[in-house]
Design a protein around this ligand. Structure first.
Ligand SMILES: Nc1ncnc2c1ncn2[C@@H]1O[C@H](COP(=O)(O)OP(=O)(O)OP(=O)(O)O)[C@@H](O)[C@H]1O
Length: 343
């Protein structure tokens, strides 16, 4: 027991190469921990290109960091032994944005579930396999008799996605990384899938990293939130306080553009884009060109993460005076909440 996964000061750059061309920053110095004893739902939000998918791919080990480490049970995932890798593949499951891609259109949906049972050796007989599959479908609110025996195209996008959640649940993972799981699903199904994600935590003790550009669903499903901007953490903390009292002007901007379930939810401050002030070639706050609060210091330096409260942090000079977080301390900010709540 203890720490299941740790993302430690991870950065990912694309391109550049040996000839020194321009590189693109996918992720920059992000730290994060998944604690096995205190399952939690962490939402990672940000607009297109903010680094959300890069974050997911790093956690899944399908891409490797340019610097920093991704650890699974204390071992760098690039250096797992065969046995550790097998366990990792089982412990950490993924649900993708578009479930249709995962299905083979020539096979009934049962196939994708049976393959998972076989791959992980979850059952000793066909009957035991069927039983497990039915259990998983029922647990996520699907009726096996109206789901099994059908082809992918005979089900709705929402049903296909829920089968993907059932598939992940089959192996009883410790963590599910869900990358935009409801963005292709209609509104009625969306709420039900989000409820299912929460039940994964409450009923099965599974942590979820929920990746989305949609603050409304992030608010509905998450315990804690990491707001990414241009690959960097702009703000992080527990979902309620981030949404009801956003600290970073970028989060405030994001919140201004979405209808929240709570109409009384206010936003502190007023962020209007101002004229670009970024110093050419200089290091400045990544958000300075869009920020209505930009000060001289924002053009001169990059803001560190300030720990505005024990479980909150924001990379913004407006909070100068609050303790500056040490490298990697983000995991403590988010863990502090999990500990405070006992899960
Ligand atoms: N394989 C790649 N090669 C080059 N650049 C990449 C690659 N993958 C991502 N990037 C760049 O890294 C940055 C972060 O991309 P990423 O896909 O992680 O963002 P995102 O927040 O998931 O966006 P979206 O919501 O559009 O999927 C972007 O600028 C993107 O163009």
């Amino acid at each position: 027991m203890g720490v299941l996964m740790e993302v430690r000061e991870v950065s990912k750059r694309f391109g550049g190469g040996v000839f020194g061309g321009r590189h693109v920053v996918g992720l920059d110095g992000v730290s994060f921990t998944v604690d096995e004893e205190h399952p939690s739902i962490t939402t990672v939000v940000g607009e297109s290109g903010s680094g959300k998918t890069t974050f997911a791919r790093l956690m899944l080990g399908v891409t490797s960091p340019t610097s920093g480490e991704v650890l699974y049970r204390g071992t760098d995932i690039a250096r797992l032994s065969k046995a550790q890798r097998k366990r990792f593949r089982r412990d950490v499951q993924v649900v993708f944005q578009d479930p249709y891609d995962v299905y083979n259109p020539f096979y009934k949906v049962d196939h994708v579930l049976k393959t998972t049972v076989a791959r992980f050796g979850l059952a000793r007989s066909g009957d035991a396999s069927d039983e497990l599959i039915e259990e998983a479908l029922t647990a996520i609110g699907l009726r096996p008799e109206s789901t099994l025996g059908r082809y992918p195209h005979q089900l709705s996008g929402g049903q296909r996605q829920r089968i993907m959640v059932a598939r992940a649940l089959l192996v009883r993972p410790a963590l599910i990384v869900a990358d935009e799981p409801v963005s292709m699903v209609d509104a009625s199904m969306r709420a039900s899938i989000l409820r299912t994600l929460r039940r994964l935590k409450t009923d099965f003790g599974i942590s979820v990293v929920y990746i989305t550009h949609d603050l409304t669903t992030a608010y509905q499903v998450g315990d804690q939130m990491i707001v990414l901007y241009k690959g960097m953490v702009a703000e992080a903390g527990n979902v309620d306080s981030v949404v009801h009292d956003p600290k970073h002007p970028y989060t405030q901007l994001l919140l201004r553009s979405v209808p929240l379930p709570d109409p009384d939810a206010g936003w502190s401050g007023d962020t209007k884009p101002t004229r670009p002030r970024r110093a050419p070639g200089g290091e400045s706050c990544a958000f300075v060109d869009r920020c209505g609060f930009a000060m001289d210091v924002c053009v001169e330096r990059m803001p560190p993460l300030y720990r505005t409260e024990p479980h909150r942090t924001a990379a913004c000079f407006r909070y100068e005076g609050a303790p500056v977080m040490a490298r990697g301390e983000l995991r403590d900010v988010l863990t502090a909440r999990a500990e405070a709540e006992g899960g």
